[in-house]
Design a protein around this ligand. Structure first.
Ligand code: SF4
Length: 403
């Protein structure tokens, strides 16, 4: 319990001024400030770096990280826990650990809260937590600092209404992602509430085929075992569907999946019954949309190579990298250290195997070069600036001379 008796906080502690200096020294970057001042362009010699106009920390991430700093400041003598990662950036999470915040790591069976005592403080991440986790913490009676992003709460409201009205929530997302697990759990507020998660259009097509023509029930259940409510039955729960999405998916694909469900319902039940069987609502957050729009605009320019910076488990970063790879040679690096100027090697995520791989000679040593750059919503500016410095060094340019 906090000194004033409250145990649940979701608007911070009014300590913005107290943590501002630390936050700015932890995450701001000179080269990124310079890029912004110079119309998102830095040139030195025959190397030009173009930064997408929307990139890096989104409003939800900024808020969550700031609340975590405020929490440490507010409770200097308490044990402070964090449920999983605050956001998907290894440096930000490591910095919180350095500040004495202990991360609770999930196991196969979920989070183990047995270490948490009523006098402890627990931070909920920007992705939110499942209903069950929330209830467990409430029962313990610890202080809860909830940093769940408002855009995630909007998705929850949608899913809640679908379940209330007897619609299965079809979620375009990654079933193992914290946000999607929390979103899916919202259906449990209503008896019989049901969810089904699809990763992409190919997986959505399996669902559409079952809606339109039926199919092998057991094979369907085996495929979606981890991606559906335990009581899910395709012969019962595909009759009425409400579509929602994880906030950080590829917007284009989410919209296409929504449209495709509408078509499947019309084919199955007739156009006149469409609204009885189908609802949809685009729940991609505006920050994700803005970053995808900005990178699409950048990709209209002539670029030799594109660099995308962000955690390998960061969904919105993976979406950005997928967009770029359609148009230009693209490397998704987890952080600036993936670029090794001394050897000309880059360590990056392979889009097919999802493993980290090394590529040599990714940048030509000579000749004019235009490099596009963007970063996912959980990448701080100092890491983006560090990547810019390493790109210049890889081209034999001292970043200190870039002014
Ligand atoms: S990516 Fe969107 S939903 Fe996620 S924290 Fe940022 S603003 Fe919120």
């Amino acid at each position: 319990m906090a000194p004033d008796g409250a145990t649940y906080f979701r608007k911070g502690f009014g300590l913005k001024a107290e943590v501002e200096t630390t936050l700015s020294s932890d995450y701001n970057g000179r080269l990124v400030d310079l890029l912004r001042e110079r119309d998102y362009t830095l040139s030195a010699g025959d190397t030009t770096i173009r930064l997408a106009k929307e990139f890096g920390f989104c409003y939800g991430v900024e808020r969550a990280v700031e609340y975590a700093y405020q929490t440490r400041h507010k409770f200097p003598d308490r044990r402070v826990f964090l449920v999983g990662e605050i956001i998907h950036n290894p440096h930000v999470n490591a910095r919180l650990v350095q500040m004495g915040i202990e991360i609770l790591h999930p196991t196969e069976a979920g989070f183990d809260y047995s270490v948490v005592r009523p006098e402890d403080v627990v931070i909920l991440p920007a992705f939110g937590v499942t209903i069950q986790d929330f209830e467990t913490l409430r029962t313990i009676g610890c202080v809860m600092v909830d940093t769940t992003c408002g855009s995630v709460l909007n998705v929850w409201k949608r899913v809640d209404v679908y379940a209330r009205d007897g619609f299965t929530a079809l979620i375009h997302g990654k079933y193992y992602h914290e946000e999607t697990r929390a979103t899916a759990s919202q259906v449990e507020k209503h008896a019989g509430g049901t969810y089904l998660i699809v990763r992409d259009m190919a997986e959505a097509e399996r669902v559409m085929a079952y809606i339109e023509d039926g199919g092998d029930r057991d094979a369907f259940l085996a495929h979606f075992r981890e991606k559906a409510s335990p009581h899910f039955d395709p012969d019962v729960h595909l009759a009425r569907i409400g579509v929602a999405n994880q906030t950080t998916m590829l917007a284009r694909e989410s919209l296409a999946i929504g449209d495709r469900v509408g078509v499947a319902m019309e084919r199955r039940y007739g156009a006149e019954h469409r609204t009885e069987h189908f609802r949809t609502f685009d729940t991609i957050c505006s920050a994700t949309q803005d970053r995808q729009d900005a990178v699409n605009a950048l990709l209209l320019e002539p670029l030799d190579v594109m660099l995308v910076i962000g955690g390998y488990n960061s969904s919105n970063t993976i979406s950005l990298a997928a967009l770029c790879a359609e148009r230009v040679r693209t490397y998704h690096v987890e952080d600036a250290e993936g670029i090794v100027p001394e050897t000309g090697v880059i360590r990056h995520r392979d889009a097919v195997t999802h493993d980290e791989v090394e590529s040599a000679s990714w940048l030509p040593q000579a000749g004019a070069l235009r490099i596009g750059l963007t970063a996912g919503a959980s990448t701080p500016n100092n890491k983006i600036g560090e990547a810019v410095a390493r790109i210049f060094r890889a081209r034999g340019i001292d970043p200190a001379t870039v002014v």
